[in-house]
Design a protein around this ligand. Structure first.
Ligand code: PXP
Length: 253
């Protein structure tokens, strides 16, 4: 029986985290001696089979910078998924950038990376307005939410066509069998509810080469967005091998 393969979006933020650890003061310089270059990482990931590239331009610019995003937009061949906060300045940037999709995420300065899902129910009007602007510009909007029925209903009401289910709680519970079971059930139910409502279901955060086997039991998955685990493996084996191995995991190999 033919089935659509689950797509792999590679989040390259942490290649910029590594660069910023040494070259925070390098100003507008990029490429050449300022390493690693996230754009080069993205292009190698694409050559190895990544279906899309994700970057998150955070308010505090702790990893990806504007110039990375602009260079990436010019150079890449696959789909650019631009993660962003619900902030007017960044909304304008996204409308000019015109990525294939934006993923709206909550942002807190203190967190190491995005921690909780977006409270769509609590800011429905604002998110509805952003999603409408994106739709008018031909950009798909995805909402990064916890696997919570209320948030799924709220996401549907905004008119955004996609959601990304936050898999972080499942990943954190991985070595606690009862909790892990609870979390994977929440994700499966949420995916079912969202798909029945007509939403496209993506998932991401904390997915790695081990826990992905259980992630694949979530129904209706369109795309997984994975960053930290792929970049960590890339340090040992190279980004090409890391992406090819994750693609094989996605095929259940
Ligand atoms: N999806 C979203 C919305 C994210 O914010 C992130 C990064 O925090 C990821 C996926 C990737 O998470 P990870 O780096 O843990 O794979």
């Amino acid at each position: 029986m033919a089935f659509d393969p689950i797509l792999l979006g590679v989040n390259i933020d942490h290649s910029a985290t590594l660069r910023q650890a040494r070259y925070r003061e390098a100003g507008r310089t990029c490429g050449e001696f300022v390493e690693p270059d996230p754009v080069a990482v993205a292009l190698l990931a694409e050559q190895a089979g990544a279906d899309g590239i994700t970057v998150h331009l955070r308010e505090d610019r702790r990893h990806i910078q504007e110039r990375d995003v602009l260079r990436l937009r010019e150079a890449m061949q696959t789909r650019l998924n631009f993660e962003m906060a619900c902030d007017d300045v960044i909304v304008d940037f996204a409308l000019k950038l015109r990525p294939a999709s934006v993923c709206l995420v909550p942002e807190k300065r203190q967190e190491i990376s995005t921690e909780g899902g977006l409270d769509v129910a609590g800011q429905r009007e604002r998110i509805t307005a952003i999603a409408a602007k994106m739709t008018d510009a031909g950009i798909q909007t995805s909402l990064f939410i916890d696997p919570d029925p209320t948030q799924i209903d709220a996401a549907l009401a905004t008119g955004a066509p996609w959601i990304e289910l936050h898999t972080g709680a499942f990943a954190n519970a991985y070595y606690d069998a009862p909790l892990r079971e609870e979390e994977i059930l929440r994700l499966r139910r949420a995916a079912e509810q969202a798909a029945q409502s007509g939403l496209t279901v993506n998932a991401g955060h904390g997915i790695n080469y081990v826990n992905i086997r259980e992630i694949l039991t979530i129904p209706h998955l369109h795309e997984l967005n994975i960053g930290h685990s792929i970049l960590s493996r890339a340090l040992l084996y190279g980004i090409g091998e890391a992406v090819r191995t994750m693609k094989a995991r996605l095929r259940g190999e």
